[in-house]
Design a protein around this ligand. Structure first.
Ligand SMILES: [Fe+2]
Length: 173
């Protein structure tokens, strides 16, 4: 069965209105898995000539969730970060994203320093969806040309989040 961006956004709205918690987000996650396997969706939003960078595909004016499409011009490593009080779902379309999840191994008494231990590391290959909830620390490596869909519970540029410089363990805020 074909599945369009519009259907996905309508389904997401309906699901999150009933359950904005983990259960609802898991249902949205399953729908992303379906969307990123839809040939027409891929042809329209992730074709080989699509511009590099990030594109806002949909912003929900009522609930605030955001749907973004990415195509990486260069290989990129993010700092270790969280999603504050929100969540993000990453649906891999082309190539892969290498994800590393971290736990803090310090006691949190120094507000400027966070010591990290690797919890798990894995690749999101095409068709796979990863869920990153709230304060779960993680970092992503994306190779040249990597394409993925990202759906966030809110506009992450507008909320407080933590970023950590791994070289110095310094919390960047
Ligand atoms: Fe993230």
């Amino acid at each position: 069965m074909p599945y369009s961006l519009q259907e996905f956004c309508e389904d997401t709205k309906r699901i999150l209105k009933v359950d904005p918690g983990r259960g609802g987000v898991k249902s949205v996650m399953a729908n992303i898995g379906r969307l990123i396997k839809d040939d027409d969706f891929i042809k329209e939003y992730f074709h080989d000539e699509i511009e590099h960078g990030v594109r806002r595909l949909y912003v929900d004016g009522e609930l605030g969730f955001v749907v973004l499409g990415y195509r990486c011009e260069k290989a990129h490593s993010t700092p270790v970060h969280d999603h504050g009080n929100s969540w993000a779902l990453y649906g891999q379309v082309r190539d892969y994203t290498e994800m590393t999840e971290y736990d803090r191994i310090d006691d949190g008494t120094d507000p400027t320093i966070a010591k990290l231990g690797v919890k798990t590391r894995y690749k999101l290959n095409p068709g796979r969806v990863g869920m990153y909830w709230g304060k779960q620390l993680h970092a992503a490596f994306t190779p040249v040309g990597c394409r993925y869909l990202r759906v966030t519970g809110t506009d992450l540029d507008r909320i407080a989040r933590v970023r950590i410089d791994q070289a110095t363990s310094r919390i960047m805020g």
